[in-house]
Design a protein around this ligand. Structure first.
Ligand code: FES
Length: 165
């Protein structure tokens, strides 16, 4: 009878529990590793110089490309550094890194709320200074310094703000 049961259900319960414990410890090891990596990343962030970092100035748009309440994507200072230039309803230009400080999803400008919004986990940032308004992002968005030169808008540097939380 036992032989028949083992053939129908070829699971060794002792070993099955052992595998479950092994999977649990594997999970705990991975989770601990993830926490350690997260701690190192947080420490690295805190060591980043605060304030403006100057890069070579570059044209990012023409004035004619935008209008109040609209946004334009660009890259600065490297091609892989995605940013968003916004002309606020009052006409002022502001620009931010487009990379959410939570898990790097791209943020978009929401004219109706006058904020930058990350759809991945409902994070939101102020259009005024990039500070976190809601959601899990731990830091403000780096602000790209822009200025109008004639008919063009130039980026001149990037400012990393203080921590939001
Ligand atoms: S990646 Fe932006 S809120 Fe999570």
């Amino acid at each position: 009878m036992d032989t028949q049961v083992q053939r129908d259900f070829p699971i060794d319960w002792e070993e099955d529990h052992y595998v479950s414990r092994r999977e649990f410890f594997k999970f705990m090891t991975l989770a601990s590793g993830g926490l350690a990596v997260g701690s190192v990343a947080m420490a690295a962030w805190s060591k980043l110089p605060k304030g403006e970092i100057h890069f070579e100035a570059a044209v990012v748009a023409k004035i004619a490309d935008l209008q109040p309440g609209k946004a334009l994507a660009f890259s600065y200072p490297r091609p892989s550094d995605l940013c968003l230039l916004v002309q606020k309803p009052d006409g002022e230009y502001v620009a931010y890194s487009r990379r959410c400080t939570h898990l790097s999803c791209p943020v978009d400008y929401q004219a109706e709320h006058n904020r930058l919004f990350c759809p991945c986990h409902n994070g939101a940032f102020s259009i005024e200074d990039g500070r976190v308004l809601q959601g899990p992002p731990p830091h403000p968005l780096p602000q790209v310094k822009v200025e109008v030169r004639g008919e063009e808008i130039w980026a001149t540097g990037v400012e990393h703000g203080e921590e939001s939380v």
